[in-house]
Design a protein around this ligand. Structure first.
Ligand code: OAD
Length: 269
């Protein structure tokens, strides 16, 4: 790497992380709620977390949906719980932040080849991420539980007098694309996540407590077979002891610096 004034800063962990990402054969990223905190969306756990504030929701969400889809749809269209109303409004207004744009830049520089996100907020897509796997779904979409076809929530014709809506193709039940507690991850998304993580020799993990599987398991697997794990988080997590490098701080600040460093590795001078 040649020397702009920045390269002289003793920011060794960041320099090393940039180097490792640059040298990897195939790197992927795994993101969680922390990347969207700076877009105004609260995380789930920890300070300011939704579940810290309101308690964890029931763990049988999918079973409830399937056993009474009409009621689940009524709740989806007109939520009665205040926190859910607030969250919907926040998601609707949120815009990608520097962290999302930096990850898209890392992809366009070839430093990451795919991104798995646990977030349903659509912000990676809005930031221009292309090889994107939304393992917990996307709040702007609906999905057929039968044929798995996805539809835009906004444009799907919903007759409130005849809930739940049915798939125009296979007539099966339509639900929101967001993966509920107890719901299997849609198989094609899971297969894609497995495919890219099996191929990866490096993973950049950003803004996740790494407590939810299978998502966290991709990082664990890559680290266990000797791959590089770079973690970005203001706090240590369950993954930190497996990390090759832990970069403590916010997603936007660190990803911005990291993408700048990688850009310089590509365009020295
Ligand atoms: P969590 O709320 O569990 O963790 C958020 C993480 O973001 C924590 O480790 C924070 O320290 C970190 N964080 C906070 N602010 C940050 C910032 N500005 N920059 C970077 N990191 C920051 O969220 P997830 O790990 O995403 O699943 O949760 C995983 C899954 O748990 C969610 O996808 C959700 C839930 O069950 C479903 O709803 C299916």
């Amino acid at each position: 790497m040649s020397g702009g004034s920045d390269s002289k800063k003793p920011d060794t962990n960041l320099d090393r992380a940039a180097q490792l990402l640059n040298e990897a054969e195939f790197s992927i990223a795994l993101t969680g709620a922390g990347v969207s905190v700076e877009s105004g969306i609260p995380p789930f756990r920890g300070p300011g977390g939704l579940w810290t504030k309101y308690g964890e929701p029931p763990l049988d969400g999918y079973e409830r949906f399937i056993s009474d889809p009409k009621r689940a749809w009524e709740e989806l269209l007109k939520p009665t719980e205040d926190w859910l109303v607030g969250l919907r409004q926040t998601l609707g207004r949120a815009k990608p932040n520097v962290a999302h744009f930096s990850l898209a830049k890392l992809e366009s520089l070839g430093a990451i080849g795919a991104l798995i996100t646990q977030n349903v907020d659509d912000l990676h897509r809005q930031a221009g991420q292309r090889e994107l796997y939304e393992i917990h779904g996307n709040f702007k979409l609906l999905r057929c539980v039968g044929c798995s076809e996805r539809f835009s929530f906004e444009n799907f014709p919903i007759d409130v007098k005849s809930l739940p809506p049915k798939c125009p193709n296979c007539k099966e039940l339509i639900k929101d694309d967001t993966v509920h507690f107890g719901e299997p991850i849609p198989s094609e998304i899971l297969a894609s996540c497995e495919r890219v993580s099996e191929r990866a020799d490096c993973i950049l993990v950003v803004g996740t407590s790494a407590t939810v599987y299978p998502a966290a398991g991709f990082a664990v697997e890559i680290a266990r077979r000797g791959g590089t794990l770079i973690e970005i988080n203001p706090e240590p997590t369950e993954l930190t002891e497996l990390a090759t490098i832990f970069l403590g701080g916010t997603a936007s600040a660190i990803l911005n610096d990291l993408s700048e460093k990688i850009l310089r590795l590509h365009r020295p001078g």
